[in-house]
Design a binder for this molecule. Structure first.
Ligand SMILES: *[C@@H]1O[C@H](CO)[C@@H](O)[C@H](O)[C@H]1NC(C)=O
Ligand SMILES: *[C@@H]1O[C@H](CO)[C@@H](O)[C@H](O)[C@H]1NC(C)=O
Ligand SMILES: *[C@@H]1O[C@H](CO)[C@@H](O)[C@H](O)[C@H]1NC(C)=O
Ligand SMILES: *[C@@H]1O[C@H](CO)[C@@H](O)[C@H](O)[C@H]1NC(C)=O
Ligand SMILES: *[C@@H]1O[C@H](CO)[C@@H](O)[C@H](O)[C@H]1NC(C)=O
Length: 459
């Protein structure tokens, strides 16, 4: 009887887990026909939908570059370009308020046309967030994908502007994705006690620990997860593991959209083999830019222990003990192979220019057991008080540097007001903060939140 119930529950969970975003725009820029990429996703031409349109004011150009290299996605063979001084503007009507994933694709090629400026250099603004400041891709044929999360909760559209920087520059983009994030992607509470607002995020690192690259085809939200080799520093006592069984997603626990099976089914572990607990950490180090705060999300799933209640370990972020004696069995309702994630915010303002994560044995660790595990890791840059992810400048300032036309100026006066407030706020915050030496904060609700949900597994 109890086995049947368990099976039934698992089946229901599997069916329910196919995620269908309410807002789901995939746009291929600079083309007139739909394009299907190697991950079987169809991108609509930017000229052919009533829901979005490039700003009619902008004298944009489109270029096509037939590609013989079949490993290059066809979304990178067309591009829309806007020479200075006109910005390139896209409007996306949204049906649902909340967090939107915004993914921008860039790959430039030789346009072979005179008079559009000699180099790409531009800012990217989405609603009142500055996503990219003074960006230039550099080399031809390099693919750059930028992933952002922004809150959309007082307007019914996402307006993305690509603003050329100066006289000899142009802005361009190859493809745009705007997708509703699943509800559990970001909690609404503010991470920082003194910043009561909804932050914008840029993904910097998304890593499948101890595993292979996970491509958008195998990810529930079409993300890419890289292997961790370039960031991992081994003390020598670690080992990579892989799990072939089923990952036990729990109702109310971390969902498949937060992180997919393909990430949870591989990991690195510290293991105590002899009669005593090994004295060694696993360490990951990621370069980051000073002056910003970062959200560090660690993904755990005990695919290594032979029974529950065996594994206890410590987690450190930038040398601070952020979890002591973490017991994965307890936080996953005593179920093995069940995912759990923890968020930490590291205040970057006075911090060094790396994020360092250490995982190692704790005082409760057992000899002859696994004494530490990590399956996946994400680092997101958080916007500053100007709602900017690059530079102390706000959207209004960038838009005003060269605009004309009623619609734009109306938008500007609104953003400018917000911007002035933000500047005042930044100054005050700096002052208030001077004596505060706490460099990290654990997101308060994680464990409480998950354990308040109905338990599906105590069958
Ligand atoms: C095709 O593109 C890939 C990178 O996307 C590159 O590694 C490979 O060398 C290219 N092949 C040719 C023949 O240019
Ligand atoms: C933009 O970046 C370039 C280097 O890529 C730098 O020389 C220039 O000063 C920057 N401009 C602004 C306005 O920040
Ligand atoms: C998807 O994942 C499966 C199993 O993990 C793997 O065999 C396959 O190559 C992956 N496909 C792509 C396109 O990455
Ligand atoms: C693990 O790393 C933390 C933080 O850097 C450090 O305090 C601790 O001593 C390390 N443990 C071992 C066994 O090296
Ligand atoms: C703004 O753009 C106009 C053309 O639309 C140009 O004549 C003017 O010089 C630009 N102003 C600035 C400050 O760049």
């Amino acid at each position: 009887m109890s086995i049947q119930i368990t099976l039934l529950l698992t089946t229901i969970l599997t069916v329910v887990s196919a995620y269908t975003p309410t807002d789901h725009y995939l746009i291929n820029c600079g083309t007139t026909t739909p394009t299907t990429d190697p991950n079987h996703r169809t991108f609509t031409a930017d000229t052919s939908s009533p829901n979005f349109k490039p700003n009619p004011l902008s004298k944009s150009l489109q270029f096509h570059n037939p590609e013989t290299n079949l490993t290059i996605s066809p979304i990178y063979t067309s591009v829309r370009v806007s020479p200075y001084p006109k910005p390139l503007v896209y409007f996306f009507k949204v049906k649902e308020m909340g967090v939107k994933l915004v993914r921008l694709h860039f790959r430039k090629f030789e346009f072979g046309v005179k008079g559009i400026g000699c180099h790409d250099q531009f800012h990217v603004v989405a609603n009142d967030y500055v996503l990219m400041y003074n960006f230039s891709i550099g080399d031809f044929s390099t693919v750059v994908v930028k992933d952002f999360m922004i809150w959309v909760d007082d307007v019914d559209e996402v307006v993305i502007k690509f603003i050329p920087l100066g006289k000899s520059s142009y802005a361009f983009v190859n493809a745009i994705e705007v997708i509703s994030a699943p509800e559990d992607m970001l909690e609404e509470w503010s991470y920082n006690k003194d910043i009561r607002r909804k932050r914008g995020y840029e993904m910097l690192y998304r890593v499948n620990v101890g595993g292979v690259k996970v491509t958008p085809f195998n990810d529930s939200l079409w993300r890419t997860w890289s292997p961790d080799e370039g960031f991992f520093k081994s003390g020598g006592s670690d080992r990579k593991i892989h799990f072939d069984g089923r990952i036990q997603y729990r109702v109310g626990g971390a969902s498949r959209e937060v992180c997919p099976d393909n990430v949870y089914n591989s990991a690195r572990v510290v293991e105590s083999l002899g009669g005593e607990v090994v004295k060694d950490n696993m360490t990951w180090v990621f370069p980051v830019e000073k002056g910003f705060s970062y959200l560090v999300r660690l993904h755990f799933c005990d695919i290594a222990s032979i029974s529950v209640g065996m594994m206890f370990f410590n987690v450190y972020v930038n040398g601070n003990l952020v979890y002591e004696n973490l017991d994965l069995s307890k936080v996953t309702d005593y179920l093995l192979a069940s995912p759990f994630y923890a968020d930490f915010v590291v205040d970057g303002e006075k911090f060094v220019d790396v994020m360092r994560v250490d995982i190692g044995p704790s005082s409760l660790s057992k000899a002859h057991a696994v004494d530490g595990i990590l399956n996946g890791l994400e680092i997101w840059k958080m916007d500053n008080a100007m709602k900017s992810l690059g530079g102390e400048v706000c959207a209004g300032q960038l838009e005003s540097s060269n605009q004309s036309g009623g619609q734009v100026s109306r938008l500007f006066s609104l953003t400018a007001a917000v911007c002035l407030l933000a500047i005042a706020f930044l100054v005050m915050r700096r002052k208030a903060e001077a004596k505060d030496s706490v460099g990290w904060s654990r997101v308060p609700s994680e464990i409480d939140l998950k354990s308040n949900y109905p338990k599906s597994t105590a069958v």
